[in-house]
Design a protein around this ligand. Structure first.
Ligand SMILES: Nc1ncnc2c1ncn2[C@@H]1O[C@H](COP(=O)(O)OP(=O)(O)OP(=O)(O)O)[C@@H](O)[C@H]1O
Ligand SMILES: O=P(O)(O)OC[C@H]1O[C@](O)(CO)[C@@H](O)[C@@H]1O
Ligand SMILES: [Mg+2]
Length: 344
């Protein structure tokens, strides 16, 4: 049985990461006698051998804390000169680590899958506020992000109503519009624009005008990955991230003046940004993250290398990395079409 485990958090942070760490350490310690270390700043800490001990005392009170106490980064495990499976296996041997628990999104899971195929003992826990991992029905962090975005919509509506303005709220969602869709429905938005379905400015303006004709102030929610039909990639003016992908954000600021130009209605944009990723997790996310942490302790006790824990219905199950990564979970066209009937 694997006794000494290294935990890392990789990719964007997400409310609930600390609750996973706490759940794993508490269950591992009390049920299996497992010991844990935390690698600092994701794969970087593993590659550089930078680890801190994680015992019961160090995870005290963690389930309500946002962020990750062991840090995160977008540095990959194959980075030269110290990365790669051989170096990592040697590093683990030197530190007496039997297996790695990688908590992260799709990129982290892809890196973990590759390490597993190269002979590293590794398991995964899925995380992302975007909720776009097909492996699991919900990821922790998503509920928190939706709560924050919904509160933002509620607040924007009172100021929009007072000034009779059109308000545009931009939320995260690179490939999937789940945060936009859920918060938009919860907040009664008049149009919800998601990466999965381009819409023309003419259509958006028609929805906005019809709201104004009813004497209401329009509320539009747009995901950062939304595109107009003539755009071949999402709006990006902020350079590349650590893994050379365009940093998104700012489509709301493009959309607002276009709405104003096409409708004559004064329009303001707000970009919610990292506020939706920071701070305390919702109660739902704390519970989900704690359950996933406890389940991953069981998984390593069974030496279920190459698998991730996931939520299926109300159960926490185990899935192979390969199956988990087959597809991204995007908003189904039919589901969007149903809600779209309510726009305007
Ligand atoms: N296919 C891959 N092979 C090896 N390493 C990868 C692969 N994909 C991603 N990585 C590494 O793993 C890191 C984490 O992935 P990424 O930055 O996409 O975050 P993530 O885990 O998907 O979380 P987020 O949801 O915030 O994007 C990347 O920055 C990159 O260094
Ligand atoms: O600012 P960062 O850390 O690069 O992350 C931004 C990205 O992270 C995500 O929230 C996914 O975690 C995306 O929606 C967004 O594009
Ligand atoms: Mg990613």
């Amino acid at each position: 049985m694997a006794k000494r485990l290294g935990i890392l958090t990789s990719g964007g942070d997400c409310p609930g990461l600390n609750a996973v760490i706490r759940g794993a350490v508490l269950k591992g310690d009390s049920v299996y006698g497992q010991e844990f270390v935390g690698f600092i700043d994701g794969w970087k800490g593993l590659v550089e051998g930078n680890a801190i001990p994680l015992d019961r005392r160090s995870v005290r009170g963690l389930s309500s804390q946002g962020g990750t106490i062991i840090g995160t980064s977008r540095v990959g495990p194959y980075r030269e000169p110290d990365g790669g499976a051989d170096n990592i296996r040697q590093r683990m041997k030197r530190l007496g680590i039997d297996g790695i628990i990688a908590i992260g999104g799709e990129g982290t899971a892809n890196a973990a899958k590759r390490l597993f195929e190269d002979g590293v003992n590794i398991v995964g826990v899925p995380k992302t506020i975007d909720n776009d991992l097909a492996a699991t029905d919900y990821t922790f962090g998503f509920s928190t992000a939706v709560e924050i975005a919904t509160e933002a919509i509620d607040r924007l509506r009172t100021t929009g109503n007072s000034h009779k303005r059109c308000m545009v709220l931009e939320v995260m969602g690179r490939h999937a519009g789940w945060i936009a869709l859920f918060s938009g429905i919860a907040g009664g938005a008049h149009a919800i624009l998601i990466p999965e379905q381009p819409e023309t400015i003419e259509q958006i303006s028609e929805w906005v005008r019809s709201v104004v004709h009813r004497g209401r102030a329009p509320m539009v929610v747009v995901a950062e990955g939304f595109t107009f039909p003539d755009m071949d990639q999402a709006h990006s003016t902020k350079g590349l991230d650590g893994f050379n992908r365009p940093r998104l954000g700012g489509i709301g600021e493009v959309l607002a003046p276009l709405i104003e130009e096409h409708t004559g209605i004064e329009t303001r944009a707000t970009v919610l940004g990292h506020i939706q990723r920071g701070g305390a997790p919702s109660a739902f996310d704390r519970v989900l993250a704690t359950r996933m942490g406890m389940a991953v302790s069981d998984l390593v006790a069974d030496e279920g290398w190459g698998k991730m824990v996931a939520l299926h219905g109300t159960d926490i199950v185990r899935v192979d990395f390969a199956d988990a990564l087959a597809n991204l979970k995007t908003v189904p066209p039919q589901s969007y079409a149903d809600y779209r009937q309510l726009f305007g």
